[in-house]
Design a binder for this molecule. Structure first.
Ligand SMILES: Nc1ncnc2c1ncn2[C@@H]1O[C@H](COP(=O)(O)OP(=O)(O)OP(=O)(O)O)[C@@H](O)[C@H]1O
Length: 317
């Protein structure tokens, strides 16, 4: 039940967690499943995670367009007339040396900063006057370089909060406890559980976010962003602080997210990860776009190599 201490009605440590899980039918006895049962279960989870999408999509039409985007901070030009597109169903890497303008680009796309000039268009709709919340509702979600979670809430609650962006019940409806409100709340908890399983952390659903291991917190941020049902998921250095095995697993998760029908924009410094997971890469340097191409093209691009001089060869290869 929803209370001020438990706003989402989601389970707390040691109380109604397993019951909700059983009700939702999402987290089953995985270890007792046959291979076929597990495959069917995973397909069911994937459908709950991306309810309105084709499970497999091809790289297609333009989803997002940056059109001569410029962002100035006083005399500093953080982004200088940058244009590129993101196609539906692709994983696009956004790379560049420190201070190149990558995060500014995310911030301008998600309404944190207003561009000095130029436009961001999502499905041809200019986002210039749309609020941050409005941009989330239109379908752009992001994670942050520095993890931002509700640390005192459980993992499940953090994700349920993300689903709020899609709720249709009014505050009055919630106060009056209308049936629609309860129906939405139940669906939100079920979907949140599916998302936790999708990103591989369902076993810690009832733990407070602050008690989760670092890698779980990063995955939780991704689950919470996916909860808003984005058309475009922007990941800002999701592998920061990961060891090689965790990076490998993250690559698998990013591909799985795309295969579930999402489009992904990835800022990442780890070149092995970027080269291994992206379909296309845009390179920024000093706020300008210096290259746009396949990972192989980017690897051999002289301007990109020059931009990264000083970075160990292993990181560029
Ligand atoms: N709010 C701000 N006010 C003033 N300058 C800013 C602000 N945000 C970013 N900058 C500056 O804009 C430039 C681009 O920064 P940005 O954070 O976008 O780069 P980045 O490519 O994401 O770098 P990193 O890889 O180090 O995260 C930098 O020179 C930075 O100092």
């Amino acid at each position: 039940m929803t209370t001020p201490e438990n706003p989402s009605g989601a389970p707390r440590n040691g109380d109604t967690g397993p019951e909700v899980v059983a009700e939702g039918g999402i987290v089953a006895e995985l270890e007792h499943m046959t291979v076929e049962e597990r495959a069917a279960h995973d397909a069911e989870v994937a459908e709950v995670v991306a309810p309105d999408r084709e499970i497999a999509v091809d790289v297609g039409e333009t989803l997002l367009e940056l059109n001569e985007l410029t962002v100035r901070f006083g005399g500093l030009v953080a982004l200088d007339s940058v244009s590129f597109t993101i196609k539906r169903g692709e994983i696009l890497g956004l790379i560049g040396p420190n201070g190149a303008g990558k995060t500014t680009c995310f911030n301008a796309m998600t309404g944190v900063y207003r561009p000095t000039s130029g436009q961001v268009l999502l499905e041809d709709k200019p986002l210039g006057k749309v609020s941050k919340h409005g941009i989330t509702q239109l379908g752009i979600a992001r994670t942050f370089q520095n993890i931002r979670l509700f640390t005192e809430m459980t993992a499940l609650e953090n994700v349920v909060v993300g689903t709020d962006a899609r709720h249709r019940t009014s505050v009055l409806g919630a106060l009056l406890r209308l049936p629609r409100h309860f129906k939405e709340e139940k669906a939100a908890v079920e979907r949140a559980m599916a998302l936790l399983e999708f990103v591989g952390i369902a076993d810690r659903a009832a733990d407070k976010a602050r008690n989760l291991p670092y890698g779980y917190q990063r995955r939780l941020e991704i689950a919470r962003a996916l909860a808003t049902e984005p058309k475009l998921l922007c990941l800002d250095e999701p592998a920061a602080g990961f060891n090689p095995q965790e990076k490998e697993e993250l690559m698998g998760l990013i591909k799985k997210i795309r295969d579930d029908g999402y489009t992904v924009l990835l800022i990442e410094h780890d070149m092995k990860l970027v080269m291994g997971v992206t379909d296309r890469i845009v390179v920024l340097e000093f706020g300008k776009k210096i290259a746009d191409g396949s990972p192989a093209e980017i690897r051999d691009n002289p301007a990109v190599i020059a931009a990264y001089l000083g970075v160990p060869d292993d990181d560029v290869a």
